[in-house]
Write a protein that binds this ligand. Structure first.
Ligand code: MN
Length: 284
C-alpha cells in the first residue's frame, strides 16, 4: 500500500490509478496543533487499522493526485537517524575530497548520527540553501520509516520493525563543522512522495537508486552495496536510542554526490519505492 500526507495533514491511500482516497476519518480527531502527528498515530495503530484502511481504499474512488497538495509523508517524526558513509565508492570519493577536513572512516566504525527532525520537508517544498559561498551537496538515500518501536532490537527481528520505505535527500553543507549542524537546516531532509508499506518490498537490499540534478544523472547505485545493511542499522541505532513509531532512518548515500545551487531541480527515484523532486533556492 502507498500512503501519503496531504492538504491539512490528512492521510490518503494512493490507488493503482494514482487517485488519493482520504482515510483520515478512521483516526480520532486531533487538536489542530497536533495534526502534523497524525501519521504517527496511524503507524502506531496500524495493525488494528489496516483492514479498515484497505477496505476504504478498495471501495472509494478518491480524488486525482494532482488535486491535492502533498506534504512530507511523515511530517513530524520524533527522530531522524542517519547512517554516515555507507557505500564503499562514496567512502573513496570522500577520502580524496576537499570538502571534509579529515578522511571519513567507514560506516561500520562510525555508527550513526541524528538530523534535526524539523529539517523534514516534502515534495512541494523548496530546498532552502542557507549559504551562497559554501558547497551544499545532494545525498540520495533510501529512507526507512519505523513501525513498531523498540530498544536494542535484535538484527534478526529488525526488518519487522519497518513500517515502510520512502525516498530521501540528506542535504549537506560540506565543511568542518559537526554533521548535526551541516545536515539540520530547515528543508535539509526532503522525503516522499509516498510511503510504500514494508510488505511490498521483498528485500530492501535489492533496490536501485537514481538521482538527477535537472537533466543530469548524478547518482546511480544499488542498495546491495551498503556497508551496513538496513537490518543492522536498526539494530545498531536502537542499541543507542530507542526507536519510536514514525522515526526515519536515512540509510546512507552512494557515490556521485555533487553540489546543488539555486534553481536546480533535484530528483531521486528508487525502484519499487517511488520518486521525489524538490527545487533548490537561496534562503532569504
Ligand atoms: Mn547521508
Amino acid at each position: 500500500m502507498r500512503l501519503v500526507s496531504f492538504d491539512d495533514y490528512r492521510i490518503g491511500v494512493l490507488t493503482d490509478s494514482d487517485n488519493v482516497v482520504d482515510v483520515t476519518g478512521l483516526l480520532p480527531e486531533l487538536p489542530a496543533e497536533f495534526e502534523p502527528m497524525r501519521m504517527l498515530l496511524l503507524i502506531e495503530r496500524w495493525d488494528g487499522l489496516r483492514p479498515q484502511v484497505e477496505a476504504m481504499a478498495a471501495s472509494e474512488s478518491g480524488v486525482p493526485l494532482n488535486s491535492v497538495r502533498l506534504l512530507p509523508p511523515v511530517p513530524a517524526p520524533r527522530k531522524v537517524y542517519a547512517q554516515p558513509v555507507n557505500y564503499k565508492a562514496h567512502h573513496e570519493e570522500m577520502q580524496d575530497s576537499p570538502w571534509s577536513g579529515t578522511a571519513p572512516q567507514v560506516s561500520s566504525d562510525q555508527g550513526m548520527f541524528l538530523k534535526a527532525s524539523s529539517a523534514v520537508s516534502g515534495p512541494n517544498d523548496p530546498i532552502l540553501l542557507p549559504y551562497s559561498d559554501r558547497v551544499i551537496h545532494h545525498e540520495s538515500e533510501l529512507v526507512m520509516v519505523i513501525g513498531k518501536g523498540g530498544s536494542m532490537i535484535p538484527v534478526d527481528d529488525a526488518l519487522s520493525h519497518v513500517f515502510g520505505y520512502t525516498c530521501g535527500l540528506d542535504m549537506t553543507v560540506r565543511g568542518p563543522e559537526d554533521r548535526s549542524k551541516r545536515k539540520s537546516f530547515d528543508t535539509f531532509a526532503p522525503i516522499g512522495s509516498c510511503i510504500v508499506t514494508a510488505d511490498e518490498i521483498a528485500d530492501p537490499q535489492d533496490l536501485e537508486i537514481n538521482l538527477w540534478v535537472n537533466e543530469e544523472l548524478r547518482q546511480h547505485a544499488f542498495t546491495r552495496d551498503m556497508i551496513v545493511d538496513c537490518k543492522n542499522q536498526i539494530a545498531n541505532m536502537s542499541w543507542v536510542a530507542r526507536m519510536e513509531p514514525g522515526d526515519l532512518v536515512f540509510t546512507g548515500t552512494p557515490e556521485g554526490v555533487g553540489s546543488v545551487g539555486p534553481g536546480d531541480l533535484v530528483t531521486i527515484n528508487i525502484s519499487q519505492v517511488g520518486e521525489l523532486s524538490a527545487r533548490a533556492q537561496a534562503r532569504e
